[in-house]
Design a protein around this ligand. Sequence first.
Ligand code: ZN
Length: 515
Amino acid sequence: MTVEKKEFAVDAAYETHWTKLTQTATKLQYYSMIGSLSGWDMQTMMPDGAFEKRAEAAGFLAGETHRLMTDPRLEEAVEALMEGAEAGHLGEREARSVALFDRNLKKIKNIPEERYRAYFTLTARGESVWRRAREANDFSSFAPLLEEIVAMSREFIDYLGYEEHPYDALLDDYEPGLTVKRIDQLFPALREGLIQLMKKIEASPHKPDLNRVRGTFPEAQQKKISRTVSERLGFDYHKGRLDKSAHPFTVGLHPTDVRITTRYFATDPFSSLYSTVHEAGHGMYEQNLPLELEPYPGLMAPVSMGVHESQSRFFENVIGRSYGFWQYVLPLYQEAFPDVFGKLDAEEVFRLVNASRPSLIRVEADEVTYNLHIMLRYELEKSLMSGEIKVRDLPELWREKMDAYLGIRPKTDAEGVLQDVHWSSGLFGYFPSYTLGNIYASQLYAALRKDIPDLEERLSSGDWEGPLHWMKSHIHRYGSLLDPLPLIERASGAPLSIEPLLNYLEEKMARVYRF
Ligand code: ZN
């Protein structure tokens, strides 16, 4: 019998294996921190001329990660620990940790190191090539690189393996367990519901007048508002930073160091705010991952991108586009931009920021049409990965699908197929996370409302602690202890369903469009 309190619940026979695992995990964590910091720098500070060399460094670091992960002694340790877990010799957290590690190990071990490294070098170069192509509205200058990325992604699908659809192999990277089959059970019905709602909106005579916010809005004031609002929502600036980048993003190096970015447009007073609030939603999830899970490799981590997006989309839309939020925030805008906002009240701004109409750019899309943008990308990715379509088909298919889904056609590729950064970074399989995030977020909101019935009054009086507190105790504190679906089902008290999202949108749009 043990006389001393063991630090971890691992039987003596497994201690050497457990030590091997945790030591490797610590190294991997440091590599990941440095890699993430370098990635953050590439998108915020790095001079453009440096990208080739930095891409090489990113590839090198990926190669080192690969080497650590595929060390035969590690595989041996993980195998032994898996058996130990099955036989009940490991505590619950240790067992979960080992299972997650095993899942990643199985994925990476079939990928040759040289290919793994080449993939990271390629995708690290991607963003810069894409950015120039988008600025020049020149898809042909991006297409060769994209073809390489697609070919490599398909090669990786073969290494990773899949049961039904090739795209499943990639979906699983962002949302463990997600498959084409499951998406195809959700998206068509959601699309139908959204199209019905769009028709009601179109028919309403009460459209918000978007000309009411014409003007110039200097960056300095926008920045101040972004900072104030994100801080009040709960983003901790002692453990985080807000900077500028072409495409807003969040990088969590560790709960104590979370970087978020936004961008400022002089003629749009809301874009920077909503980018900041979206990223702060991601950032608060990262900041509130429980430090007590740090000794268990892989557990002090966000469980999936869908859950991550549920946090960002919740704070951006459910909170940030609510009437209560605007009752509190409007005075900040009135002080910063008295000419434009002095003549507006909270009700009008609430209606303006929720105005819904088909538009070309996903990141600027309203909540109703947003998911149709995602469905378009989902269908294109699915067909690209199965080989049904080629990179050269993308611009025209994009236009056709925009027409079919939203009734508008982009005139340029910059506002069509070139608008998103994801493909240049090899993030195939990511897009569905946004819609899943919206579905999760509305389920969480339905449950949160029961716990905080006076949420609107609280928001309007500046009492903003409730939502973050609720998310901390229902989502953040679990880290990766639970898979996404059980986590969402437990937090919301209901099985996965598109109904809460459709109900939420219907209720909000009825208020905005008065139907
Ligand atoms: Zn996001």
